[in-house]
Write a protein that binds this ligand. Structure first.
Ligand SMILES: NC(=O)C1=CN([C@@H]2O[C@H](COP(=O)(O)OP(=O)(O)OC[C@H]3O[C@@H](n4cnc5c(N)ncnc54)[C@H](O)[C@@H]3O)[C@@H](O)[C@H]2O)C=CC1
Ligand SMILES: O=C(O)[C@H]1OC(=O)[C@H](O)[C@@H](O)[C@@H]1O
Length: 282
């Protein structure tokens, strides 16, 4: 791997970094990509989603030079494809997964368990510096229902659903790779990633697009020697404070500026406490 120029400008550093984004045709990617415009990007998603992967240079959301964009469609369930698409990358931002809190074990075991393991294994083999793994607030959702807030990222996972369980696994296997190998792993527990929050119940766990971009860039850029592993809450600076983001500020330089309260008067009145419906597991 070519080392980055240590005294380069931020723009130079970004275009030198080769970043693979998985799940590039998805909803989080759509909001995230303008923040990654300065990187040399490789974007991947399933072939049947390829026409939703942006193929042209991404318009940046702030002044900055546009890096290159390469699109490589394929199925991450195939470990050979994973190895191929990870090769040559400095950083992997792994978003691809089943994002549904209603998903069953049968739905999740491939995309949210096996694929995570394949991505870490391929990244290690390829000499990748850092893997950023998409986790979710659902890994901690039981604390919300019990009203045990604000939630400290260092508390043990307490998933509210099997999807949350898959994210607790994601964090655990990431921690193992960081402990046993040279790979640095950063897990981001995103809240509701939306241009604006949808309901009153979603106000505490919202992360807006600008904060999402700043958090992921912070996770890509943080010095791997100083941050071999970490789990961070990806939440905006919401007035209805339920998620501690202090370690993200300290380690990743994340200083959120958006606040869901700005939308409080115009969201749906659904106030349900908890991220998931209660009832039998799927
Ligand atoms: N949307 C949200 O508010 C939140 C999302 N997350 C996490 O962020 C990540 C992205 O979520 P979204 O963009 O909302 O989901 P999405 O469903 O919109 O996008 C995920 C993408 O991953 C791709 N994918 C899944 N399995 C694949 C495979 N085997 N091979 C290749 N591509 C595959 C899908 O085709 C899809 O385009 C997920 O890991 C999700 O769990 C976490 C918290 C909140
Ligand atoms: O609970 C939330 O706000 C979000 O959390 C997630 O992890 C899910 O992937 C997304 O579908 C939810 O909308």
């Amino acid at each position: 791997m070519t080392p980055l120029t240590p005294d380069g400008t931020d723009d130079q550093r970004m275009t030198q970094r080769r970043v693979l984004l998985t799940g590039a045709a998805g909803n989080v990617s759509r909001l995230l990509l303008p923040g990654l415009a300065g990187y040399s990007l490789r974007l991947t998603d399933r072939a049947d989603r390829a026409n939703s992967i942006p193929a042209d240079p991404i318009p940046a959301d702030s002044a900055g030079s546009a890096g290159s964009v390469e699109v490589r469609p394929g199925d991450l369930a195939d470990p050979d494809f994973v190895a191929e698409v990870v090769a040559g990358m400095d950083t992997v931002v792994h978003l691809a997964a089943d994002p549904s809190p209603q998903a069953s074990w049968a739905d999740l075991r491939g995309p949210n368990f096996d694929v995570v393991a394949s991505v870490l294994e391929a990244a290690l083999a390829a000499g990748v510096r850092r893997v950023v793994l998409a986790s979710s607030v659902h890994a901690m959702g039981a604390y919300v229902r019990r009203g045990e807030v604000p939630i400290d990222p260092a508390w043990p996972p307490s998933p509210c659903c099997l999807y949350g369980t898959s994210k607790a696994f994601t964090e655990a296997i990431g921690r193992t790779y960081a402990y046993r190998t040279e790979l640095s792993v950063v897990c981001l527990r995103f809240g509701g990633v939306q241009p604006r929050p949808g309901s009153v119940g979603g106000l505490p766990s919202w992360i807006g697009p600008e904060d999402l971009r700043a958090l992921v860039v912070g996770a890509v850029e943080a010095d791997a020697a100083k941050v071999p592993f970490g789990v961070y809450h990806g939440i905006s600076a919401n007035t209805r404070h339920e998620w501690d983001t202090g370690n993200a500020t300290a380690d990743l330089g994340y200083t959120p500026t958006m606040d869901s309260e700005a939308f409080a008067g115009s969201v749906s009145p659904d106030e349900e406490r908890g991220l998931c419906a209660v009832g039998p597991l799927p």
